[in-house]
Design a protein around this ligand. Structure first.
Ligand code: GDP
Ligand code: MN
Length: 346
């Protein structure tokens, strides 16, 4: 493994707290980005926004992950975009490679079928690898072994609102596991067997269902405005994971570890196009207390083509309440009302 820690690490002690800047205490957390060297400019865009609106006040370290080594230019320019520490980590081959049990002929056959059904990225093997890594592997990287919370940041996203409190501290102090901004319906054709495999897993492990779960949300049968179907029992409503602020202890728990292994063995990360968003969302909906899932309504956010735009003078460059600046049909992909209904936030 060739991780290259840059500069001085702020290591948290046993309490999970470490001394931070400006007389505050930093939580054991990092900003986390899986990114390609070619996406340097887009990454700088995301960093500039997040540093301006939030991180310059708290100086959480940035940890960048890549399946190939980062270039010197990538390191130099990202280092210059923050006062905080930056780390550059290579993903171990065994975390990124297509697993041995995936059959190449079956993969090719499946891709053809998915493409015929209009599933985007189906023929891009690295996209499948990325979804699998984000589902069940990133938090196993040795560089994160001592880290509890992360904020996932993609290249080319935007942050619009000044946020004046430490969101990681908010998570820790309020006993939250997971924070999101946007929820969307997924394309059922990308995940036909995800729910059947999940149903089998929970039949084998009913004890993993949390007493205060969001099963109703996961399996909602409401007639949907687009993709007018469930995915064989799953509503397809998911937290849009290009933004997530979360506690890795959940991914590291026994129920999630076994759930991920079950899905991984089933092959759907390759034979279908299971995304980390539905996988994370179903797991949270079933195995976590739904009161530990938090909507960050105050974090203005855009990943093309969707926004989370709070009604606040702290937000600039974002139209209040706007979900998309694209075609209006995109609004129909929003399933936040469903979450609010079942999480009793309405
Ligand atoms: P989309 O948001 O679903 O359209 O997918 P993206 O292309 O944005 O990919 C999701 C995230 O994974 C982004 O942060 C990408 O930079 C990253 N990513 C995707 N594929 C690869 C890859 O092959 N290598 C690396 N290093 N990062 C990748
Ligand atoms: Mn993206």
């Amino acid at each position: 493994l060739t991780g290259e820690p840059e500069g001085k690490l702020v290591r948290a002690g046993a309490t999970g707290y470490a001394p931070g800047a400006a007389g505050t205490e930093r939580i054991n957390a990092t900003l986390l980005a899986l990114v390609r060297n070619e996406e340097l400019d887009q990454m700088l865009q995301s960093m500039t926004d997040l540093e301006r609106t939030w991180n310059h006040k708290f100086n959480y370290p940035w940890t960048f992950f890549n399946d190939v080594p980062f270039t010197e230019e990538f390191k130099r320019k990202t280092r210059a975009a923050t006062k905080a520490e930056t780390r550059y980590e290579l993903i171990p081959k065994e975390h990124w490679d297509v697993p041995s049990w995936i059959n190449d002929d079956l993969y090719k056959e499946s891709v053809n079928l998915l493409l015929k059904q209009g599933v985007q990225y189906a023929d891009k093997i690295s996209y499948h690898q990325m979804c699998r890594w984000n589902s069940g592997l990133f938090y196993k990287h040795p560089a994160l072994a001592d880290t509890q919370f992360y904020w996932r940041v993609e290249p080319n996203v935007h942050f619009f609102c000044d946020v004046d409190y430490d969101v990681f501290r908010y998570m820790a102090d309020n006993n939250k596991t997971y924070g999101f901004t946007i929820t969307l319906y997924d394309a059922p054709k990308s995940i036909p067997n995800l729910w059947p495999e999940t149903a089998q897993f929970i039949a084998e492990h009913p004890e993993y269902l949390h007493p205060n779960n969001a099963m109703d949300w996961v399996t909602d049968k409401q007639r949907r405005p687009i993709h007018n179907a469930q995915a064989n029992g799953y509503s397809t409503c998911h937290f849009w994971t290009n933004f997530e602020i979360a506690d890795m202890n959940f991914w590291r728990s026994k129920p999630y570890e076994e759930y991920f292994n079950h899905l991984d063995r089933a092959g759907g990360f390759f034979y279908e196009r299971w995304g980390d968003a539905p996988v994370h969302s179903i797991a949270l909906g079933l195995f976590e207390d739904k009161s530990k899932i938090h909507w960050f309504r105050d974090i203005g956010y855009q990943h093309i083509p969707f926004f989370n735009c709070p009604n606040s003078p702290k937000c600039k460059g974002c139209v209040t309440g706007r979900l998309t600046d694209g075609e209006q049909w995109l609004n129909k992909e929003d399933c936040r009302p469903l979450w609010f209904k079942y999480a009793h936030m309405d």
